[in-house]
Design a protein around this ligand. Structure first.
Ligand code: MN
Length: 161
């Protein structure tokens, strides 16, 4: 199964469309917040199972602040990350993931890709599709491929400017 993981589109859909096209057929779509009104657009163009959380800029949205669900037999915990000071430290969100018994913890907010496997937990941020802040500033997203034997392969991908 293929899972497309994106974040921080901030109401712009040009790069989201490119990511959806690049990713090809997907079985699950995850957006880690700062959708800024893009919910209706995503609802219209993405047909598979979707998990979307609210970011610090989604003031009037009805989206949940966090979500827990399974990807295969692994438990995922997703949240935008601003409530866990992710710009300063990854310890708080990692700790929350442990408390919740998560295998995979996903966040956004920093607009910089992040990937770490620690204490049995995979902690990741796909970066931002619309306003990348890492060196090179290419819009980024992550693709998770779950093999038939359950093995997970995480791939960070960058769009050409
Ligand atoms: Mn943002």
């Amino acid at each position: 199964m293929r899972v497309l993981i994106v974040s921080d589109t901030h109401g712009k859909h040009y790069n989201l469309d490119r990511a959806l096209e690049d990713a090809g057929k997907i079985d699950m779509f995850i957006h880690l917040g700062d959708v800024e009104g893009g919910e209706d657009y995503i609802e219209a163009v993405v047909e598979c199972e979707k998990h979307i959380v609210a970011g610090n800029n989604d003031f009037f949205s009805q989206l949940p602040r966090e979500d827990e669900f399974y990807i295969g037999n692994k438990k995922a915990f997703i949240t935008h990350g601003h409530n866990y000071s992710v710009s300063m430290t990854k310890e708080q969100i990692l700790e929350e993931g442990k408390v919740r018994g998560a295998d995979i913890v996903m966040f956004g907010h920093t607009h910089q890709p992040y990937f770490e496997q620690k204490d049995g937990i995979t902690l990741l941020n796909p970066g931002s599709l619309s306003y990348p802040r890492q060196i090179g500033r290419k819009g980024s997203y992550m693709l998770l491929d779950v093999k038939p034997d359950g093995k997970m392969n995480f791939e960070e991908r960058y769009l050409d400017i």
